[in-house]
Design a protein around this ligand. Structure first.
Ligand SMILES: [Zn+2]
Length: 235
């Protein structure tokens, strides 16, 4: 298994490169680009969120809780008094840091359900819906955020999978094949529930076609190809 620093670096590097490409292709603006990189990096750490009470996980959860609390306050700042803002901040932070974290650590065993592909797809879809329906972000941008979360998470699962292979003598370690999982028989009830929630998010998520059309539009990539090298080299 890859460690925290490898996941942090891997998630960040892949998100930053992919982010730069979609930014340069004009698919996201500067601010959305930064959000995509941040979300991708968080996605790269997310599957290990239930690993144990190790400091990096706690730190990561603290940062996510802080960011969420600030996002709540910023979103409702115009309609709230200073005191209500402080209260909202405290409640948002407390709920996330202690409530959600507690549930995470209680309900899951490491490399349990959270460390799986369907869980991460569900998280990505939840992020899309939260951004679009609650925060009023455009559907296409919301899909980009979800895509980056999933990208980071898949980098994480891929890294764990790669690290379970002994590269020197090609011998497979015992943990190989358990990182990139879709289902586990002894946790079948959790997985059935998970696929149920996943299906629910698929049915309520904002339209996917505009996002897909934009990403798969050849014109976007022709323009990018033209902008790939410094002008001196393409002349
Ligand atoms: Zn992991």
């Amino acid at each position: 298994m890859a460690n925290f620093n490898t996941h942090l670096t891997g998630g960040f590097a892949v998100s930053a490169i992919t982010g730069l490409i979609v930014y340069k292709a004009g698919l996201v603006n500067a601010q959305e680009f930064l959000s995509c990189v941040l979300i991708g990096t968080i996605g790269g750490l997310l599957p290990d969120i239930d690993s144990d009470n190790s400091t990096p996980i706690k730190l990561g959860f603290n940062l996510i809780s802080l960011a969420l609390a600030f996002a709540l306050v910023i979103h409702w700042q115009s309609s709230l008094s200073l005191l209500s803002m402080l209260l909202l901040w405290l409640v948002g932070y407390g709920l996330m840091r202690y409530g959600v974290f507690y549930i995470f650590t209680r309900l899951t065993v490491h490399r349990g359900i959270i460390h799986s592909v369907p869980y991460m797809v569900t998280m990505a879809l939840a992020l899309v819906s939260i951004n679009h329906y609650l925060l009023g972000v455009a559907a296409i941008t919301s899909w980009f955020y979800g895509a980056f979360l999933l990208l980071g998470a898949l980098v994480h699962l891929g890294l764990d999978e790669a690290y379970s292979v002994d590269l020197l003598n090609n011998r497979l370690k015992r943990s190989s094949g358990t990182a990139m999982k879709f289902y586990k028989h002894d946790q079948r009830f959790y997985f059935i529930g998970l696929y149920g929630i996943l299906f629910m998010f698929i049915t309520i998520s904002p339209p996917f076609a505009p996002f897909w059309n934009k990403v798969s539009d050849p014109v976007t990539w022709w323009l990018l190809k033209d902008a790939m090298l410094p002008e001196v080299l393409t002349r």
